[in-house]
Design a protein around this ligand. Structure first.
Ligand SMILES: Cc1cc2nc3c(=O)[nH]c(=O)nc-3n(C[C@H](O)[C@H](O)[C@H](O)COP(=O)(O)OP(=O)(O)OC[C@H]3O[C@@H](n4cnc5c(N)ncnc54)[C@H](O)[C@@H]3O)c2cc1C
Length: 378
């Protein structure tokens, strides 16, 4: 059969992972000439999410970082732990800036085509793979897919609703990112307020939970309103933006089993199971793919290595089986370690000594028992 449309690469889904891969491909002097098709239902997502992450250098998206912090704090009961993050900085990028930055950059390449349509299936083909969407289809040597995120099954979710609030007067300390304030209703989960001041008058205030069940919007609002009332009593503010979402916390594999279809992003297991952070893992994953394509190597999109995956599984086991309260675990980790060590541990870049230092912050009996359970479950 004659194939009408044949591409080198089809990027199925243009969210964080799809756009990241496109960006890194187009940065390469050889791969930027490949015939690329990008398919997504919606190229006008607006500012649907903000991404925060830490870095100790300027990354590829430094020019669109909208805010950075060099201090974080963690609160639980009377504990108020203020931690300098050096050599790292905690950074924020707005979704809309990211999408616009990469699509503007890609517009300079005639070899990149765009189709706004719903993908119906991705199948194996004699050579490469085939993508079928409403109104058309095409083949490619490789398909990089981040679609179907909504079909993920996970026992535990990181779910949240956040408001960007703006006051008339200065009320925030804009130099400190409040990473976790556990002094909120725990709702039989691990729950905290995440407060990121953008200016001294404006901040993202997000109620976040790790639990099996996602809440109704009104339930997040109740806690958010009570928090604002308790901390900024009687001071008027307006809500200028909201974000809501759920990120799977699982070590179960979700990747495609079809040859030449490479799962990326959440579907490519890029999310760190124990924290929900994914942005930097997605950068690592997509840069790794570009390097492998360039060297004509077998593509391997995995970014979490065995040792750190094991720690994730142990922590999830403890949270799922309620062997220890999550707020207690994170409070102890931040109380006994500096931010840089914790960041390295959570980025899978800590060495064994640093791992042991983190583990010694926690009750050995509980973690050892959980580790044995996880080992035998495998
Ligand atoms: C609100 C929110 C905030 C987050 N904040 C952070 C953070 O601060 N730090 C961090 O590290 N991680 C964060 N995450 C986690 C993670 O970084 C994001 O979920 C990230 O967007 C995952 O990238 P992705 O490409 O896998 O999925 P997405 O970005 O969701 O992209 C998937 C794309 O596929 C498209 N698509 C889906 N189905 C189809 C179909 N059938 N046909 C065509 N197109 C389709 C969608 O339109 C979408 O554009 C956050 C997640 C959410 C939801």
């Amino acid at each position: 059969m004659q194939i009408e449309n044949k591409y080198d690469y089809i990027i199925a889904g243009a969210g964080c992972a799809g756009y990241s891969l496109l960006y890194h491909l187009l940065q390469d002097p050889f791969l930027c000439k490949k015939k690329i098709l990008v398919v997504d239902t919606n190229f006008n997502k607006g500012n649907d999410r903000t991404w925060c992450f830490w870095e100790d250098t300027d990354g590829p998206f430094e020019s669109i970082v909208c805010k950075k912090w060099s201090n974080i704090e963690v609160l639980k009961g009377r504990m108020q732990r203020l931690l300098p993050t050096a050599p790292f900085e905690y950074k924020m990028i707005q979704g809309i800036d990211f999408y616009q930055y990469i699509s503007a950059f890609a517009k300079g390449f005639d070899n990149v085509e765009w189709i706004a349509s719903k993908i119906l299936s991705i199948d194996a083909a004699d050579v490469g793979a085939r993508v079928n969407w409403e109104g058309g289809a095409a083949n490619a040597n490789y398909v990089f897919s981040s679609i179907n995120g909504e079909r993920i099954q996970s026992t535990l979710w990181q779910h949240f609703k956040g408001n960007v609030v703006e006051f008339d007067d200065a009320v925030f300390d804009k130099s400190v990112a409040r990473l976790m304030d556990f002094n909120v209703p725990q709702m039989d989960a691990t729950a905290f307020m995440y407060l990121l001041p953008l200016t001294d008058k404006k901040a993202l205030v997000e109620y976040t939970l790790f639990s099996p069940n996602i809440l109704e919007t009104a339930e997040y609002d109740l806690v958010l309103n009570a928090y604002m009332e308790a901390h900024y009593k009687g001071q008027a503010y307006s809500i200028v933006h909201t974000e809501q979402g759920a990120i799977p916390m699982t070590t179960k594999k979700m990747t495609s089993t079809i040859n030449n279809v490479i799962s990326i992003g959440t579907m490519g297991d890029a999310v760190k199971a124990s924290t929900g952070y994914a942005f930097q893992f997605i950068q690592k994953q997509t840069q790794q793919i570009v390097k492998q394509l360039k060297l004509n190597q077998t593509l391997d999109a995995s970014v979490h290595y065995t040792r750190h995956q094991f720690y994730d599984a142990v922590l999830l086991y403890i949270l799922e089986h309620k062997k220890m309260e999550g707020d207690e675990i994170f409070a102890r980790i931040f109380k006994k370690n500096d931010a840089a060590t914790v960041f390295k541990f959570l980025s899978n870049t800590s060495n064994l000594i640093e791992d042991i230092r983190i583990m010694l912050s926690l009750p050995t009996q509980i973690f050892l028992t959980a580790a044995i359970k996880v080992l035998f479950r495998r």
